[in-house]
Design a protein around this ligand. Structure first.
Ligand SMILES: N[C@@H](CCC[C@H](N)C(=O)O)C(=O)O
Length: 282
C-alpha cells in the first residue's frame, strides 16, 4: 500500500496531512505515534486527517503525537485550509470546516493561500464545558499550587481545553516544568493545554506553550485564541492583540459578539511517500 503524505507548518507548529480519500492507512494510536516521532518517523506536532465529506460540509480530525484526538487546532485548521487549496479541493476562498470541537469559518486572504483568517467561534470559561473538576463555575484566576508554587489559573475552552497562567516572566524551561504536571492534573479530566502568558501592553502578549498530547511547541493557534481570551476577560488587554510565540506571531481579534478571529501564515514544506518497510514494522 502506497501512503502519500503532505507536510506543512504554521509558525513552526508542524503537521502531517493524511488524506483518507487518497490512502487506506488505518491510523491506530501506534501508527500515529510512529509517524509523528522525530527520530523513528516523519516527525510532527500532530496529524491532520481529512477531508471527510459529509452532508453538512467538510470535516477534519486532529490527532496528537501521543495518539490521542484533539477537538480543535487553530494552526491545524489554517494548514488544512492551505492543503485543500493546494490540492484543488477548494473552489471558494471562504468556506466552513467542521472539527470535533465545532464549526469554524475560514477565509483565504491571498492568492497563494499563505495567509489565512479563521473565525474560531467563542470561548467559554464554564468548568463543565472545559472540563474542570469540582462545582460548576467559571474558572477565572483560581489558585492552584504546582511544584510548591502558587499560581492563578484561568481556564477556558475554545473547542479544546486550555489553562492560562499570567506571569511577569515566562520561559520555555518553566513551560516544560509546569506543562506535564498541569496537563495531567486531576483537576482536568480530559487533560489540558497550558499557556504561560506575559502581557507586554494592551495590544501585545507573549506566550509559551505546552500542548496536551504533544509537549512543548513553538506556536499554537488555539493557544493564542485562549491566551488572548483569558487576558481580555481578566481586563489586561483590548479586543485586538498580537500574540508573540517562539515560532512567530498571530493576530487575534475578539468581537463584541464574542467570536475569536485568528489570522496568520501557513507554509508548505514537502510531499512524500511513506516507506512500506516503516509501516510493516509497526
Ligand atoms: N497546535 C494546535 C493545538 C493542537 C491540539 C492540542 N494539542 C490539543 O490536544 O488540544 C493549535 O494550533 O491550536
Amino acid at each position: 500500500m502506497t501512503v502519500d503524505f503532505y507536510k506543512y507548518h504554521a509558525l513552526g507548529n508542524d503537521y502531517i496531512i493524511l488524506d483518507p480519500n487518497k490512502t487506506a492507512l488505518s491510523l491506530t494510536a501506534e501508527i500515529i505515534r510512529l509517524l509523528c516521532h522525530r527520530h523513528f518517523g516523519i516527525g510532527s506536532d500532530g496529524i491532520l486527517y481529512g477531508p471527510f465529506f459529509q452532508e453538512n460540509g467538510i470535516h477534519l480530525r486532529i490527532l496528537n503525537p501521543d495518539g490521542s484526538e484533539a477537538e480543535k487546532s487553530g494552526n491545524g485548521i489554517r494548514m488544512f485550509a492551505r492543503y485543500l487549496f493546494d490540492t484543488g479541493y477548494l473552489k471558494d476562498s471562504s468556506f466552513d470546516l467542521f472539527t470535533p470541537g465545532g464549526k469554524v469559518s475560514v477565509e483565504i486572504l491571498d492568492a497563494r493561500a499563505s495567509l489565512i483568517k479563521v473565525n474560531m467561534g467563542a470561548a467559554t470559561f464554564n468548568s463543565t464545558a472545559i472540563p474542570v473538576a469540582g462545582p460548576a463555575r467559571e474558572v477565572i484566576a483560581e489558585p492552584l499550587t504546582v511544584l510548591d508554587r502558587a499560581y492563578a489559573i484561568t481556564c477556558l475552552s475554545v473547542g479544546n481545553p486550555h489553562c492560562v497562567i499570567p506571569l511577569p516572566n515566562i520561559s520555555r524551561e518553566l513551560a516544560e516544568q509546569l506543562g506535564p504536571v498541569i496537563e495531567n492534573h486531576p483537576l482536568f479530566p480530559n487533560r489540558i493545554n497550558l499557556q504561560l502568558l506575559k502581557v507586554l501592553d494592551r495590544s501585545t502578549i507573549q506566550i509559551e506553550i505546552w500542548e496536551r498530547g504533544a509537549g512543548y511547541t513553538l506556536a499554537s493557534g488555539s493557544s493564542s485564541c485562549a491566551a488572548a481570551s483569558a487576558a481580555y476577560r481578566l481586563g489586561l488587554i483590548d479586543r485586538n492583540v498580537t500574540v508573540i510565540m517562539p515560532g512567530g506571531t498571530l493576530h487575534i481579534a475578539i468581537t463584541a459578539a464574542g467570536d475569536i478571529y485568528m489570522t496568520g501564515p501557513v507554509t508548505a514544506v514537502y510531499q512524500g511517500t511513506l516507506s512500506e518497510t516503516l509501516l510493516s514494522r509497526s
